[in-house]
Design a protein around this ligand. Structure first.
Ligand SMILES: [Zn+2]
Length: 331
């Protein structure tokens, strides 16, 4: 699974430019699915059919990553940019970025006297070009870049780019691989454009019209020095979401998660995330409403160029999802 994490995370795929990462995931999950389709917005939908007596369950994990988009190229070949999804200037400064065609650059800053003036518009990308024309041979206005950082294996933990939310995609792929055929029709949707407003999940949920929705996504932790308080720790198991800014999880779905974890001895923690949203925020508002919840993977340094996860937590997430999908779901 570590090899899969590396492959999924290191692939390029800012919101709207997900072709490369979708192909990598498609190559992995096709062998575990009864059917695989790509919808008009680019969502990858892999179905594991049930025996016809169960429920229709939609899983969603987003394949897009946060990034930057080129807005202007100046006469000296420096690129000005805006964010795609949540990118803060303090985090972006000094980082390396990677464009789809392999061009890389570093993010520099104008002279800034007051740290409060550190804004994205005061930063630029240097791709090593000396003139506008030279820069334009590699990059155009409108091109997107993601952060450029390898995945590193620390043994029981790993860190790297885009754990948000390629690790959720890994949970789904690993679940497809491990689960036995069940009563339920399980739709594993690898969604696009989550970071810019939970967009791909919206159209996929409309098409599938599920009986229950489950997003797989990262959540922050409250276990690093002097961080904002939060009752989630890395290495303490799967996080079962109660609410975030996009959803109050359906009590029946939350209960099913908690009971399944208890019954199978899977370590879990209850998550209340004060800011941020997930694909379930879109899914639960589909048509007449879809009971939905979220299985979260505890992650440190979310929306930074490298994010850290714990292998024990990953195992707990996969075990919980496998057990839920294999069970008879009453909802
Ligand atoms: Zn995410």
């Amino acid at each position: 699974v570590k090899e899969m994490i590396k492959r999924f995370c290191e692939t390029f795929g800012p919101s709207g430019y997900e072709d490369k990462v979708r192909q990598v995931i498609l190559d992995e999950v096709t062998k575990y699915a009864d059917s695989v389709t790509v919808d008009p917005l680019g969502n990858l939908i892999a179905l594991k059919k049930g025996d016809g007596t169960g429920k229709k369950v939609m899983m969603a994990g987003h394949i897009d990553e946060i990034g930057v988009i080129v807005t202007f190229i100046d006469d000296n070949g420096f690129l000005r940019f805006a964010n795609v999804g949540g990118v803060s200037p303090a985090v972006a400064l000094g980082q390396r970025v990677l464009f789809e065609n392999g061009t890389t650059g570093i993010i520099g800053q104008e002279k800034i006297d007051d740290p409060k003036d550190l804004k994205l518009e005061r930063l630029f990308i240097d791709i090593g070009a000396s003139t506008k024309a030279e820069a334009q041979q590699k990059v155009s206005v409108g091109d997107m870049a993601g952060f450029y950082a390898p995945v590193v294996d620390l043994g029981k933990r790993m860190y790297g780019k885009s754990m948000d939310d390629r690790i959720g995609c890994v949970v789904m792929a690993e679940t497809m691989k491990r689960m036995k055929r069940s009563a339920n029709d399980c739709y594993f949707v690898f969604t696009v454009q989550e970071e810019v407003g939970l967009r791909g999940a919206k159209t996929a949920a409309y098409a599938i019209s599920p009986d229950m929705g489950i997003a797989l996504d990262v959540t922050r932790t409250g276990d690093t020095p002097k961080c904002a308080p939060m009752a989630i720790e890395l290495g303490k198991g799967v996080a079962i979401k109660v609410k975030d800014a996009s959803i109050i999880c359906h009590p029946a779905v939350k209960r099913l998660m908690v009971e399944t974890a208890k019954k199978n001895g899977i370590p879990y923690q209850m998550e209340v995330l004060e800011a941020g949203g997930t694909d379930s925020g879109s899914i639960h508002l589909t048509k007449e409403g879809v009971p939905s919840g979220v299985i979260s993977i505890p992650t440190r340094y979310v929306h930074m160029p490298v994010e850290m996860i714990d292998m024990g937590d990953l195992e707990a997430c996969v075990s919980l999802l496998v057990k839920m999908l294999e069970s008879k779901i009453e909802i």
